[in-house]
Design a protein around this ligand. Structure first.
Ligand SMILES: NC(=O)c1ccc[n+]([C@@H]2O[C@H](COP(=O)([O-])OP(=O)(O)OC[C@H]3O[C@@H](n4cnc5c(N)ncnc54)[C@H](OP(=O)(O)O)[C@@H]3O)[C@@H](O)[C@H]2O)c1
Length: 430
């Protein structure tokens, strides 16, 4: 009989409880695939009395999760506490430092400390696995790290945050405003009480950082991601985008350029003919373009108990089989510096929405600012007037350098013809 894989589980929330339920439900199949028994020996969380919908009496309860890494009766620690630093990082460092395998779903920790952890894993010969950290149940880490490993990847992008996609989809389907849908999502438990990591693009940026490193063989570079979220998207943007043949999506995109790795999380207009326009609700999708394989599209549930547990247990099965290699597909020392590409050198079509006073001369001033900055306009629509005398001006540009758009907006700063800040969304033309 093969030796069991002995597991310690830290964090028994949505994902942790899901992992126990999944192992209980599919144990026979998992053990056949793993080639050996899988045995949870110890668990840890903050509140021992909390009902988690699973029988924990079978496992040893440990108050201090950090002690799990030093136990002789544990082969793998699963970290499902969360947070980029604090107890999760202490546990991760201790586990890999002790030469034990670590499985985590913690994208924040991997995005910020992944290189250090990967180096520790290399030194001690331990496995560092994090499939659940990006795209929940979607096997995109495996897809890039293994399936597409022979390819040069030109670009990787995706819908990486289910909360944002849920909000944008509900805004489109029900014609509701952002704040209204967010409040409902919070009441239903789809969005956190503090939703800023999700709606301001930080969570998507953590995941993009990880995807970019895997896709391009570069060092993780969270600080290099240009980040904005969906807070300023209004229902009218979604309606206008639709009439122009697009859907609004929060897109994380990373590209290998001559100057280095470009990474951006931004609300984008996605053409209706693109598969990502049809990723609705809380689903996630990742697209990668390889030079031999072509376009790969991964889609599925990016969060939730079942999908995330599915990815965590897949990592366990790999470890049980002894199938693991460098965490970022190559040794840390082989990962290239990300470089510093200039955003101003980029170009593309953009959507601009201005709130404007409903009076003569406004249109002329805005279009003159565009002309004088070298921005050529593909379409221009003025819509409605509010009781306050405000109208919306929606513009789509031709392919234009980012520096020209920035110059035009600078010319209009402080102008009486523009109320508040215009909204800029990039158009996904790939
Ligand atoms: N939820 C998802 O759909 C999802 C998807 C992908 C990735 N992830 C990632 O998975 C991780 C876990 O997420 P989650 O949604 O399961 O979080 P969660 O429901 O908030 O659960 C966190 C767990 O960690 C425990 N905990 C907190 N501090 C601890 C400490 N110092 N020592 C031991 N345990 C501690 C909590 O204990 P108590 O229960 O006693 O408070 C709780 O059981 C995060 O990194 C998250 O980003 C989650």
């Amino acid at each position: 009989m093969a030796q069991p894989l002995r597991i310690a589980l830290a964090g028994l929330g949505t994902v942790g409880a899901g992992v126990i339920k999944l192992i209980d439900t599919n144990r026979a199949l998992i053990e056949r695939r793993a080639g050996r028994p899988v045995e949870v020996v110890a668990v840890s969380a903050r509140d021992r009395a909390r009902d988690r919908g699973v029988d924990l009496s079978r496992f040893e309860w440990v108050d201090d999760a950090a002690t799990l890494s030093a136990r002789d009766d544990v082969d793998v620690v699963i970290e499902l506490i969360g947070g980029s630093d604090g107890p999760a990082l202490t546990l991760a460092r201790g586990t890999l430092g002790a030469g034990k395998a670590l499985v985590t779903a913690n994208k924040a920790m991997i995005a910020h400390h992944g290189l250090e952890l990967a180096a520790l894993a290399e030194q001690s010969g331990a496995a560092l696995k994090y499939e659940a950290a990006v795209g929940g149940g979607i096997p995109v880490i495996k897809g890039l790290r293994e399936g597409a490993a022979a390819n040069q990847i030109a670009r990787v992008y995706g819908i990486l945050n289910g909360t944002c996609n849920y909000i944008l989809t509900a805004m489109e389907e029900e014609g509701r405003d952002f704040a209204d849908v967010l409040a409902e999502a919070q009441a239903l438990g789809y969005a956190e009480a503090d939703p800023s990591f999700d709606i301001d693009g930080v969570d998507a940026a953590h995941k993009l950082t990880i995807l970019a490193s895997l896709a391009f063989g570069t060092r993780l570079d969270f600080t290099g991601v240009e980040i904005s979220g969906i807070r300023h998207v209004i229902a009218a943007d979604i309606t206008e985008a639709k009439s122009l043949g697009f859907r609004v999506r929060l897109v994380g995109l990373a590209e290998a350029t001559a100057e280095g790795l470009f990474q951006r999380v931004h609300a984008c207009l996605v053409p209706l003919k693109h598969p990502m326009a049809h990723v609705t609700g809380s689903l996630n999708a990742v697209v990668a373009e390889g030079n031999f394989v072509g376009r790969l599209v991964f889609e599925g549930r990016g969060a939730g108990e079942g999908p995330t547990a599915s990815a965590v247990v897949a990592d366990l099965i790999d470890i049980a089989r002894g199938e693991f290699g460098p965490a970022f597909a190559m040794p840390v020392a082989s990962l290239a510096a990300p470089g510093t590409p200039s955003t101003a050198m980029r170009h593309g079509r953009v959507y601009l929405r201005f709130a404007v006073p409903d009076r003569t001369g406004v249109l002329a001033e805005i279009t003159a600012a565009m002309r004088d900055s070298g921005v050529s306009i593909e379409s221009l629509i003025q819509r409605g007037t509010s009781p306050e005398g405000e109208a919306l001006l929606v513009m789509v540009t031709h392919d234009t350098p980012a520096a020209s758009i920035a110059a035009a907006l600078e010319r209009l700063e402080g102008s009486q013809s523009v109320i508040g800040r215009p909204l800029l969304m990039h158009i996904l033309d790939v």
